[in-house]
Write a protein that binds this ligand. Sequence first.
Ligand code: GLN
Ligand code: ZN
Length: 777
Amino acid sequence: MVRTHTLGFPRMGAHRELKFALEKHWRGEIGAAALEAVGAELRARHWSVQQAAALDAVAVGDFAFYDHVANHIQLLGCEPARFGFTGEEPELNRYFAMARGIDAGDHAHDSDCGCDENNASGRFALEMTKWFDTNYHYMVPEFRADTEFRLASQRLFDEVAQATLAGHKVKAVLLGPLSFLWLGKEKEAGFDRFNLLERLLPVYEQILHRLRMQGVEWVQIDEPILGLDLPDAWRHAFEPTYWRLARGGVKLLLATYFSPLADNLRLACQLPVAGLHVDALRAAEDLVGVADWLPSHKVLSLGIVDGRNIWRTDLDAALARLRPLVAKHGGELWLAPSCSLLHLPYSLQAEAGLDAELKSWLAFAVEKLSELRVLQAVLHGKESSVDAELLDSRSAVASRRGSPRVNRAAVAARLADAEPRADQRGSGFAARQQLQRRRFALPSLPTTTIGSFPQTADIRAARAAFKRGQLDEAQYRAKMQAEITLAVRKQEALGLDVLVHGEAERNDMVEYFGEQLDGFAFTANGWVQSYGSRCVKPPLIYGDVARPRAMTVDWTVYAQSLTRKPMKGMLTGPITILQWSFVRDDQARSTTARQIAWAIRDEVVDLERAGIGIIQIDEPAIREGLPLRHAGWKPYLAWATEAFRISASGVRDETQIHTHMCYSEFNDILPEIAAMDADVITIETSRSDMELLQGFGDFKYPNEIGPGVYDIHSPRVPTVQQMVALLEKAAHVIAPGQLWVNPDCGLKTRGWPETEQALANMVQAAKAVRATLAVPT
Ligand code: GLN
Ligand code: ZN
């Protein structure tokens, strides 16, 4: 008997109904009851979809109004005391207060805004961080030595009741206690959140008991941290923890995903649970071991359909993988997506704009569920009942494999024929630096910005009108050129040394390039939750990537024509484009990265040829690509930095290559950042008060560096003194001759008034520090 289930389902709804309801609620346009009704309606619909796909049970507990970890904070009764809740506030109000902060004032306070007002009130939102290696962000639980837990929310049980009443068989979904603790953070020194486990477990016991009383037979308990390199104490805690939870009498399906179990494999197989879910895509190397080690009285759940990518499953290949495992395990088998479908768009049905061929290669959340049904039927020997689906799938797989849109000989040949030194600049940094100093004759501590200037409502309206055909090409060009002119004039008036064109024509730093590159496609409705109500629509990279024509040269040359100061060309790097897209599953990520790198290199070379002397290649996402297990870091960083160097190395020594990074700490990958060999790196540092920079100093970062001197996430204008202090701090760890002066990141989310004031202060700060430093030129 083969069963099917899903670890979770997208929450937003087919048309992002949840997003719109949430935002209405936050604007005060609908009350809590109306929002709850939308939630209930979406759950009901999503369960019906699961039922229609003949899943053995529907997943309950995966829904959340903001984030499932935030749900657990309420379920487990550990809302941080700093919010000062009396307990009288409605649960949903406390929930949104934690997720979004209280007293929003002039801007929405979040973990990012770093502004003092909000720190003073102590009611800024919970920190948000990436859920493993996905682009989904969860709310980080906060722990203190005195954190207590109690069963404090009925929401999960209400949802179980709702599903049961609707006639569904329920599988409840919980985040496991060890992963919950692991994903949180200690908020005071000298204490280890691991020690809270003893206090936490009784609440889990109560929850399981309650679920059993509600008639729930199976509970999926997610412990994705089994795919990480865990400290021994944490590993050893799994057995006693699950012995305790197993006593409750409800059947536990321990779910792992995203990464190989590796050294945790035997442990996972031996835990006293009724079943184990393994990610057959990301943990493919574990499968034989799991089939060997998992006792046959336990359920083996195989995540055989990719929950992280949008490709239609090759059903024959999946069956060929499944059959020997079924035989080996000998016990009950469940089929599922590799992980929750949270990370996929809802359904292909909303994609009228995609051509039929490309569409036939894809499967979003709804379609992935049907794939499970077909696999199940074949394994049950009812192949004839799914003949049509199998044929369809086979022809789609064959057409994709043979398509000249996917595999393009010229792209392959170019990569194969590349000379081995293609990722190296002509000379080493020292020689380049001399040539560049002579060429640009910049003052010491040169000032610049990261690329984008305020994206006003006016700019966005113009881009939208152009897209809808209400502005013609010439009108649009004139409008954008006017914006570029404005940005250049303002920068000249401010006295900045290296200018940018301002990125007015760009909707998004990845989409802008993807739209102009071969091998990319864009969906109309392929939204995926990023955090809260925020969704992203990642590009699909389906084929070999190449650049048919220049993408940024006209805008940049126009901008350069307006000024005698150097105009910095602005590109997005290969790894960031890769990270923020759905990528091919039929070739290594490293190959796709290298193809993008060559396409970007073409643009870099064209910019140089057009007279642009300074070119920035942004790589904010390079650190996010790090594999979850440490063993994978080195190989990843090797190809990632190589891809960057390929994109950057087609130019002469006199051409200055910048890169920019933000969003994370970089101290653990400094040698690799240095290996990118950019002439200048600008990084986000101001929020950590230059702490980050210490690492660059200790490491003796060899090239030039612009540590951000002000946080662009807040409209607050930093004073000259504040920035002088940061620069002096920076000059202690980095030789002044290597230092640049710039904000933390692009300014597109800011308004012009605060931007101009902040930059004026920044230029003044640079001048003040220049005067006090003896800098060799
Ligand atoms: N050049 C981009 C900008 O200024 C960089 C954005 C980023 O680093 N996220 O907006
Ligand atoms: Zn940035």
